[in-house]
Design a binder for this molecule. Structure first.
Ligand code: FAD
Ligand code: NAD
Length: 492
């Protein structure tokens, strides 16, 4: 089929497949046998074209650049191609399984569930968080980017540089950026009894957020069990509480956000959640779910240590898994992600990666390999990868880890690293500030955290995490003992 492709010029092929695509889309929407509408720049599609449709599964539409995935990294990569490199003329395709253009995923567990009225598209298409206007499908069309939505790629042949979608359509590329992100870990994949029941929610994509929003509204005054004490657990619990649902959180660790918070930091957040009526069950996991009278809807959550909780709604946030399946065996992998070098190149020529799915060297930590599931990395790695793909930089990607969350009236940010042997000093009672620093064994500040910081505080803490100065531990401990947040910040 690539032979066929090579016999025709790019522009012939492009307009030919474009017509097929329009007819194909029309038939998907309205069904076979319904006559095609007029398409721009042509008359009703000819019978020749319709005959050619039979061939469409064996034709390849080719692009110089393809972004595989339509999430945060994809949106920022597309903007970089257009705004920094002036790409136009249908040389780039963004291929996404989702039915909407790339959006700022973090909104799904925040304003999408809690704002009044709730935030909805197009308000949070990428790259609004990067200071840009929302990139609606019109933006892609206007800039000559083919945005192929509801298109799941099921095969990726790196040797022939060809991607195959679920419907059989094929897309060739010159250079490929893999930005397939990650997916929520599902308890039914782990074989948990009852995990398939209705009323058990996960939150990764917009369709799931819609379902959760509806279920949450229907559960006001009722009871939800939230499984997991990490990001999804804490943010969804806050959303449920704001919407009048009573919540019990269940997680195996001794405190919330165990992957980052110290027990002292966690205690402050747990106090605020408890004041809002949230009940914590720590140190255990879910054993199984059950319905009542065969309703198919979850009603009971049985815990490993015996107790059974009643639930009208369950939200599960027990971690994510990178979407690497397509590339397994074809690309080098590390730490469950696609391995890339400092230039975000995979083990295959002309294939790059960005966002949640990659394992990359953290330059500032001696090129320690890491996978990072946070939006700041998705945005920055995507833009950097595009610069590399366009030959515009030879600098390695140099990411300063940055995590944040917003719940209720609270907003925290973290920069840097939390080595296992680090000493942590915490100051403040969250009225409104709380500051923490991680100091490594050599006495350098390596991680910084602030709740409700000013812009000035945040800039300072970010800079400290980047430059890692020697800490004046005695002065910091003195300020912490006196609960003097400003004195603590000045001592840094
Ligand atoms: P994603 O945004 O997940 O995008 C991957 C895209 O690829 C999706 O559109 C997917 O459908 C598509 N795709 C996958 N496989 C295929 C295929 N085979 N064919 C076609 N398309 C495919 N991070 C923060 O730092 N702060 C936050 O506050 C925050 N909040 C979050 C809230 C929620 C509810 C979630 C789920 C995540 C949150 N994150 C947050 C994490 C952040 O959103 C991710 O790190 C970021 O979205 C990763 O971007 P990505 O482009 O790598 O992956
Ligand atoms: P997470 O890793 O933050 O938290 C998972 C939690 O589930 C942990 O408390 C873990 O111990 C617990 N857990 C694991 N197995 C369990 C079990 N069987 N029963 C009960 N608890 C169990 O992952 P998440 O909260 O699911 O987040 C998923 C993804 O979404 C991550 O990539 C995360 O970075 C991203 N996210 C980020 C933000 C943010 O940065 N603000 C917000 C939402 C989501």
């Amino acid at each position: 089929m690539l032979e066929v492709h090579r016999l025709v010029t790019r522009s012939h092929l492009s307009s030919f497949v474009c017509s097929l695509e329009k007819l194909g889309n029309h038939q998907r929407l309205f069904g076979k046998g319904v006559s095609a509408p007029k398409v721009k720049g042509s008359t009703r599609l000819s019978s020749v074209c319709k005959r050619c449709l039979v061939m469409s599964a064996t034709s390849v539409k080719s692009y110089e650049y393809v972004i595989l995935g339509g999430g945060n990294a994809a949106g920022y990569a597309a903007r970089q191609f257009v705004e920094k490199h002036g790409l136009s003329g249908h040389k780039l395709a963004v291929i996404s399984r989702e039915s909407v253009a790339p959006y700022e995923r973090p909104a799904l567990s925040k304003a999408y569930l809690t704002a009044n009225p709730p935030t909805r598209l197009p308000a949070f298409h990428t790259c609004v968080a990067g200071g840009g206007a929302p990139q609606t499908p019109d933006w892609y069309a206007k800039n000559g980017i083919d945005l192929l939505l509801s298109t799941e790629i099921v095969d990726c042949d790196l040797n022939s540089k060809c991607l195959t979608a679920k419907d059989g359509s094929k897309y060739g590329y010159g250079k490929l950026l893999i930005a397939t992100g990650s997916d929520a870990l599902h308890l039914d994949e782990l074989g948990m009894q009852g995990a398939h029941l209705g009323g058990i929610h996960y939150l990764r994509e917009i369709a799931e957020a819609d379902k959760l929003y509806e279920a949450m509204k229907a559960c006001a005054g009722k009871h939800a069990v939230v499984v997991g004490g990490g990001y999804i657990g804490l943010e969804c619990t806050a959303a449920l509480v704001i919407n009048g649902v009573r919540v019990t959180m269940v997680f195996p660790e001794p405190h919330v956000m165990a992957r980052l918070f110290t027990p002292e930091i966690a205690a402050h957040y747990e106090r605020i959640y408890a004041q809002k009526g949230v009940n914590f069950i720590k140190g255990t996991v879910v054993d199984s779910f059950a319905d009542e009278n065969g309703s198919g809807q979850v009603k009971y959550v049985r815990l490993k240590n015996g107790p059974v909780l009643e639930a009208d709604l369950v939200v599960v946030g027990v971690g994510a898994k990178p979407r690497t399946t397509l590339l397994e065996g074809a690309l080098a992998m590390e730490a469950r992600g696609i391995k890339v070098d400092g230039h975000l190149r995979t083990s295959h020529a002309d294939v790059f990666g960005a966002g949640d799915v990659i394992t990359f060297p953290l330059k500032m930590y001696g090129n320690r390999m890491a996978r990072v599931e946070h939006v700041g990395h998705a945005r920055q790695s995507a833009m950097h990868a595009v610069d590399v793909m366009m030959g515009a930089t030879t600098e390695p990607y140099d990411y300063l880890p940055f995590f944040y969350s917003r719940v209720f009236h609270l907003s925290w940010k973290f920069w840097g690293d939390t080595p296992a042997q680090a000493k942590t000093i915490v100051v403040g009672e969250m009225n409104p500030k709380l500051v923490a620093v991680w100091i490594d064994q050599d006495g350098h500040v390596v991680g910084t955290f602030i709740e409700s910081g000013t812009e000035h505080d945040e800039n300072k803490l970010k800079e400290l995490a980047r430059t890692r100065p020697k800490a004046n531990v005695a002065r910091l401990e003195e300020a912490a003992a006196a609960n003097d947040v400003d004195g603590f910040l000045n001592a840094l």
